[in-house]
Design a protein around this ligand. Sequence first.
Ligand code: BEZ
Length: 241
Amino acid sequence: MSEQTAPQNEVVTMPRIGDPAPEFTAMTTQGEINFPSDYAGRWAILFSHPADFTPVCTSEFMTFASMEDEFKAYNTDLIGLSIDGLYSHIAWLRTIKDKMVFRDMKDVEVTFPLVEDITMEVAKKYGMIMPGEDSTKAVRAVFVIDPHGIIRTIIYYPLSLGRNFDELLRVVKALQTADHFDVATPADWRPGERVIVPPAGSCGVAKDRMEGAEQGVECVDWFFCTKDISEEQVEAAIRAS
Ligand code: BEZ
């Protein structure tokens, strides 16, 4: 984890991809959680939002809640966080259910935990406060954490920009596919598209690949080789049984 000195001489931590997810115990709208140990064996998306009762955040929570079952289908749990207290969280989630309409969503119940972080303890541990953007609100951070508690993807958005939830689901599927098949995924990859095989580690393997010796592997050049994994194979491997 890197340490940086903030303008006020306060030391803040910025977790990095590949680091263990910083541990915390916190109260949420679903009771106390111990993170990441309560999520061992599952994937988790820990995400922050700037504040309760704000419009972009409301649209995001309605979207996340509407997609919760889709994330669960890929063994992925959602955990939200903002620098607000528990009663604010409860009141906001009740308002979302009772009054809010966004696109075709209404009567949306948020059943995943929303962490209260009024002390900013967790937000600071995860580098969710970016003083140049706002010193008292978390930016829109997304941490994708694997079943071993390791941070696998970090995405940050500013306060004014709502997240792309198709992308977040694509990230989960791509990470799980990469792990299961020992491959990488190219730009804009979606399940069913060709995947990248690990780079040749020797001149011999590079030569074999270019001569078509590895069945199903097609190379544009020795360092750019792909293979087919059908959408059905991907889904069978990564969907929760
Ligand atoms: C919003 O969610 O709408 C929002 C929150 C903080 C600053 C700007 C917008």
